[in-house]
Design a protein around this ligand. Structure first.
Ligand SMILES: C[S@@+](CC[C@H](N)C(=O)[O-])C[C@H]1O[C@@H](n2cnc3c(N)ncnc32)[C@H](O)[C@@H]1O
Length: 377
């Protein structure tokens, strides 16, 4: 093994690596160093004007509209959007240039320990046939039709660009959430664990590490993400299963899991699909089992200014369902799916790498905390 995080990670030519690092560092700089400064302008100039004009506290849409008139913020929107696009494109260029090498490495890792079940006939839902978060081609990678490329691009982009916030294996979220769950439910030892929308397994693998005796399965609709994820997991020695299924109706038997969860899946699904996922979680859990969904905090956890910051993601970063999901009353929806209100929870998991002082930007870009909401069946 080299200094690379795993054997499915490529070492690019230095000029390609520099381009990729440039756009990644620019993203982090814009998020961690530039954007926080706009809050003072809002508080000192924009908020007093809005309150006086409206005669009340402005809502997130009114704040976003007013802040779009502020030239430094407009410049931020443009720079942030272009940095995001270019960062994915830089990673994609590296993957495309080495795709045969990646396929050879994946084939060599085909004996496990990770397993894969692909179903090429599974329809790809219309709501994610987008360039999600400006990743051209999205998770299915329309137009490339390579069995690994979308997964390799996603893993590379997050590993390189989000290293400050999530660690080289993009696994800080999984480790932090699993640790928090073990702290809150110390007697809970799941035997079968299911992640819905696992992509390449960044969060799935930490759950195998936290519960090594459990059978751990991740489902996703994207074959290229699962195929890459299985090779990556084998390279990391993780005995997990990747299966191509729709989270809305997985096909697993009733009551067949102890823990069912998702991480940043639901802000990308439409309202009907989100409701179907909650109902599916209820069906899949055995009595006493736990469901949770982790994403950025719901709007009701944030002040109106912080809510307004999602305007960029929703309208400029190809996240059309984000506003609807964060506005959803999760507890009402969990109840509609069959969960008891007195068995619901919201938790915040402190980031383990931030606690270890990993990189200062992590605290500023992600707040060093992960939000989750769930219920015990
Ligand atoms: C942001 S990624 C999730 C990242 C992953 N959970 C992690 O923590 O690394 C969203 C994923 O959800 C998948 N997805 C979207 N709708 C789905 C559905 N109905 N069933 C299964 N997967 C779905 C997409 O293909 C994509 O891989």
């Amino acid at each position: 093994m080299t200094d690379l995080p795993h054997d499915m990670m490529l070492r690019p030519r230095s000029s390609d690596a520099t381009r990729e690092a440039f756009w990644g560092e620019l993203q982090t700089y814009l998020e961690a160093e530039v954007r926080p400064g706009f809050r003072a302008h809002y508080q000192d100039v924009v908020e007093p004007r809005l309150v006086s004009d409206l005669g009340r506290i402005p809502d997130r849409c009114e704040i976003a509209a007013a802040m779009r008139e502020y030239q430094p913020n407009r410049a931020w929107y443009v720079a942030r959007t272009e940095a995001q696009r270019q960062a994915f494109d830089a990673s994609r260029t590296i993957v495309d240039g080495h795709i045969d090498e990646l396929a050879t490495r994946a084939a060599a890792l085909g004996n496990g320990p990770a397993m894969i079940e692909l179903d090429p006939s599974l329809p790809f839902p219309a709501y994610i046939q987008t360039d999600a978060h400006n990743m051209v081609g999205g998770y299915e990678d329309l137009g490339r039709h390579h069995p690994l490329a979308a997964g390799a691009t996603y893993d590379r982009a997050l590993s390189v660009h989000r290293v400050a916030a999530m660690g080289p294996l993009v696994d800080d979220v999984g480790h932090s959430i699993a640790a928090r769950l073990q702290q809150v439910f110390p007697d809970f030892v799941p035997k079968r664990i299911l992640e819905l929308g696992c992509t390449v397994g960044h969060t799935l693998l930490p759950f195998k590490a936290a519960f090594p005796d459990a059978e751990v399965i991740g489902v996703d609709v994207s074959g290229p993400c699962l195929a890459f994820g299985a090779a990556r997991a084998s390279a990391l020695g993780a005995a997990v299963t990747f299966s191509q299924r729709n989270a809305e109706h997985t096909g697993y038997p009733d009551g067949s899991f102890d823990l069912v969860f998702s991480r940043i899946l639901l802000h990308e699904t439409c309202e009907a699909a989100t409701r179907a996922v909650f109902a599916e979680c209820h069906r899949l859990l055995r009595p006493g089992g736990i469901m949770f969904h982790s994403d950025a905090p719901q709007f009701d956890e944030l002040d109106p200014y912080d809510q307004s910051l999602r305007d960029w993601d929703i309208n400029f970063n190809a996240e059309p369902f984000m506003g609807g999901y964060y506005a959803m009353d999760l507890e009402d929806e969990f109840a509609r799916a069959g969960f008891r209100r007195d068995a619901m929870f919201r938790l915040v998991a402190p980031s383990l790498i931030v606690q270890r002082g990993y990189r200062a930007e992590a605290t500023r870009t992600r707040g060093g905390r992960y939000f989750l909401a769930g219920a015990v069946k």
